[in-house]
Design a protein around this ligand. Structure first.
Ligand code: 4NP
Length: 144
């Protein structure tokens, strides 16, 4: 199973989802590939936002070695599930997808709601982390 988490900048939400799911699948001994990417390329090559690194570290997850990458067409073939953090990301991915097969791989990370963007609101990192943790546990049960 190969799962790609996608948000706008690949420095806040998708790195958290990437790190949390990666740790959970490792603990459960699942042979899954987990990665993340951003719709935009502004932060390519950079580590996650320091606030994302800090909240993950508080919960025992180290995401400091991650480096941002921009989503590209090659990701459509490389991943079984491409999970968008919000509806704007979902729309971008659906617009970029050229085939029905590629579109079928794209869905929202949450069932029918969005992970709020914490970039301009420090207080959102904690609730975003909790949301991500809960959903990653659910995703393991849904997808395994
Ligand atoms: P993310 O948050 O999509 O959760 O990584 C953002 C990070 C950076 C920007 C926007 C959202 N930005 O505009 O640079």
């Amino acid at each position: 199973m190969k799962i790609l988490m996608v948000c706008l900048g690949n420095i806040c939400r998708s790195p958290l989802a990437h790190g949390v799911l990666q740790q959970l699948v490792h603990r459960k001994g699942l042979d899954w590939t987990v990665d993340s990417a951003g719709i935009g390329g502004w932060h390519v090559g950079n580590p996650p936002d320091h606030r994302a690194i800090a909240i993950a570290r508080r919960y025992g997850v180290d995401i400091s070695e991650q480096r941002a990458q921009q989503f590209s067409d090659s990701h459509f073939d490389a991943f079984d599930h491409i999970l968008a953090m919000d509806r704007r990301n979902l729309r971008s991915l659906m617009t970029q997808a050229k085939t029905a097969d590629h579109r079928a791989r794209v869905q929202l990370f949450l069932d029918d709601s969005e992970v709020p963007d914490p970039y301009y609101d420090n207080d959102l990192f904690e609730p975003v982390y909790r949301l991500v943790l809960q959903r990653c546990n659910e995703l393991i049960d849904i997808l395994k």
